[in-house]
Ligand binder design. Structure first.
Ligand code: SAM
Ligand code: SF4
Ligand code: SF4
Length: 338
């Protein structure tokens, strides 16, 4: 099943909560937030049913996200339900790591295959200032626990923001290497929650590679065929890392991913203004076939290329002001799941 630009429905991000225990400045810079109403949050049964229906339409990769997914109680139970769907061959999670140490083993046992931990800085004082959380040691403990639990291909996500952590790229590569993990540097995006975004804070992929080659010498691109947004690179000693050029060189043309928020709103693009309400039909008795029909028809009409369209905007600034995020929290990055 392909959309209007020939892109298959391949990967799904399932947000399990819009709540978060961090306040990263590029995602949740404000004091107050409007949350999704509790009664609208999908149950594990509803999430698993949706995942099954999506799997029937071609989705093979599911990534649990949030807000902070580990704030959802009993998450391993959901993992266990999802792993029973054989068509989902890649079951992953993105987390800020704060609560990972206490549940990494349970998640692994339940069938989670891969974990990505967001780690923007190795300096606790920077995290305290930038993400309003002082528990940097817990994030590091979470990374160690994920490794000890046996998660293969552990990834670290770093959003690079000029003047905040752009002087730590090499340190993060070294840290990842020591943890047998791979770091992926993400360009700062002007997505929903990034109300303080400005172009001058974006460090481009090109600039990152220039800085790193001054330190490491020749950096080679890793040649691989995949729909993954990260371009991977290799240092002369074999260490690999990724760069996601989501702002300066977006990859919309091969984008096979969509997102379901914790209240069952389906977004065809990170930048889409509106989502499709799947909760209402789900709760009012639609059959699996009817749900699949709705999803298939919607996907076939998809022509979104949000990040590419943003490239064409002169005098580009933040996508939304806080008032419009308060009017509809579905526009928030922490609701859409990144
Ligand atoms: N709370 C979890 C975490 O931080 O890993 C999962 C949800 S978070 C929204 C998912 C990813 O989105 C994180 O890796 C985060 O760094 C990234 N993200 C959030 N805001 C971003 C922005 N403005 N630009 C680029 N990436 C962003
Ligand atoms: Fe940070 Fe993730 Fe929370 Fe956003 S959802 S504030 S990126 S930890
Ligand atoms: Fe996909 Fe939209 Fe992101 Fe482009 S901006 S890569 S279409 S989610």
């Amino acid at each position: 099943m392909k959309d209007r630009l020939g892109r298959p429905l391949g990967s799904l991000r399932l947000s399990v909560t819009d709540r978060c225990n961090m306040r990263c400045r590029y995602c949740m810079p404000n004091e107050e937030y409007v949350w999704l109403p509790r009664q609208s949050i999908l149950t594990f049964e509803e999430l698993a049913r949706l995942a099954r229906i999506f799997a029937g339409l071609g989705v093979t990769k599911v990534r649990l996200t949030g807000g902070e997914p580990l704030l959802r109680h009993e998450l391993p139970m959901l993992v266990d339900m999802l792993r029973r769907e054989e068509r989902i061959t890649d079951l992953a999670m993105t987390t800020n790591g704060l609560l990972l140490a206490r549940c990494a083993e349970d998640l692994k046992r339940a069938g989670l295959q891969r974990v990505t931990v967001s780690l923007d800085t190795l300096r606790p004082e920077r995290m305290a200032e930038f993400a309003r959380n002082t528990r940097h040691a817990d994030v590091l403990a979470g990374i160690a626990a994920a490794r000890a639990a046996g998660f293969a291909r552990l990834k670290l996500n770093t959003v690079v923001v000029r003047g905040y952590n752009d002087d730590e790229l090499a340190d993060l590569i070294e840290f990842a290497r020591a943890q047998a993990a791979e770091v992926r540097f993400i360009e700062y995006m002007d997505v929903g929650g990034a109300t303080e975004w400005s172009l001058d804070q974006v460090v481009s992929q090109r600039e990152m590679l220039e800085v790193l080659s001054r330190r490491y010498g020749r950096i080679k691109a890793v040649v691989e065929a995949s729909n993954a947004p990260a371009e991977r690179f290799r240092l002369s000693d074999g260490t690999t890392f990724g760069v996601i050029a989501s702002t300066t060189a977006p990859f919309c043309r091969s984008c096979d991913r969509s997102r379901v928020t914790a209240d069952g709103t389906w977004f065809l693009c990170l930048y889409a203004e509106r989502g499709i309400d799947l909760r209402e039909p789900l709760r009012s008795g639609a059959t699996d076939d009817e749900m699949a029909g709705l999803i298939a028809e919607t996907w076939r009409g998809r022509a979104d290329r949000g990040a590419e369209e943003r490239l064409g905007i002169a005098q580009r600034g933040a996508l939304y002001r806080i008032e419009s995020l308060r009017a509809d929290p579905h526009r928030e990055m922490h609701t859409r799941g990144g």
